[in-house]
Design a binder for this molecule. Sequence first.
Ligand code: C2O
Ligand code: CU
Length: 463
Amino acid sequence: MPLLTRRNLLKASAVAGAYGAGIAIAGKFGLAEAAPEPQLLTAVKTEAVLTKAGPTRNIMSWGHEGMPPVLRMTKGRRYAARLKNELDEPTTIHWHGLRIDNRMDGVPFVTQPYIYTGDSFDYAFTPPDAGTFWYHPHCNTLTQMGHGMTGMLIVEDPADPEFDAEVLLNLRDWRLGGDGQFIAPFRPRDAAKSGTYGTLRTANWRQEPQYDAPAGGLVRLRIAITDVTRIFSLKMVGAEATAIAIDGNPVPKRFPLDLLQIGPGQRLDLAVRMPDEEGAVATLEDIRGTAPKTIASLRSMGASLKRDIGDLGPLGQNPVPALDLSAAEQIPLVLSATAENAAAQSICGTLGYSFWAINKVPWPGDTPDPTAPLAELKLGKSYVFNLENTTPHAHPIHLHGMSFTVISSSTREVMTLVSDTYLVQPDEKVQLALVADNLGDWVLHCHIIEHQKTGMTSYVRVS
Ligand code: C2O
Ligand code: CU
């Protein structure tokens, strides 16, 4: 909790001074400053060239420049955005992984009204954590995200070690026909299984892009899985890659990327040590499925910088509150399949089916008739979610507004990762512990959007 100490006040006024004026007031996480000029994000329908077949119509993005802008903010600094809706349907923005004020969380009916065509909404918050995050709508998500609205969001920590280059990869697919135009966003029989895959894979809206980086240098490769369905098994070929952060948070112990499975909603930061020879290529591959697929590659340029991964200092820690496991209440969270209750119509889209449930309740989310909360949490107390997957499919389970720590799994050894999304495997039981340190109703759902929208959604209430 923020403490209004003299030292913090001094720090806060120094920061506020950077914006000219500003009155230091105590904010939820740290101290708030006067709001900066909002960054304008205009939700639009547009066109983009994704295939050789010519421009794809009915692309959705923020602005007409193709891929959504990469948003950059600084840890502990106030940020503001004005969402203007020029789509012909309602929308919102959710800032995936940011632990911010509930009113800024972007979930229609739960945290804010949806934003109608022609209307605007001002978001303003202070990101407490540095790392790789992303943003997307929380209304009619299978369509809006499927058509392009998945953007990367970077929160910088000025104290982070220096890299020789930074490369961002926004990984997602598109469901396009041979003519380059959108086809049906999903097939019900697949929604009832692992989800419907796209037909075209892209990184930064391009197929197998290649980026230049200094030979022998250290590259910070920030990867976000923003696809609505696809789980990746990542592998780097031709260079040493070290995992330094997962889901925005530094890993407790760095490890070489051998093969890492990450699901929709998750992020991975790698430190890639480029090959010494000019022209050598390092390739990021997805080896899930039959044949390995190239995602993107990095090419060494110039004389070797001869850097060593050991030279890289630690990333700054994020200020996640300390758990009190001795007093933590246990909360069951069981994922199952269901055939009950076809989803009701909703202005934020319905898929018309109910296939999944959390603690036996199917709820598609983004509807005006929420179910009862999964649990009522007391502000400041510790809890353990006993997440159990009774289905034969993996589910990336995402919690809004708070970070959890992975403490144990029934099937494998786990790192004590701090995260907002856990990819729970079939028949796995996992314990996720958290301090309920953020007031409000926070949704929790599978980030395979077809699962989310056909029942695998719920929420917790912190009061
Ligand atoms: Cu990234 Cu509720 O989601
Ligand atoms: Cu799922």
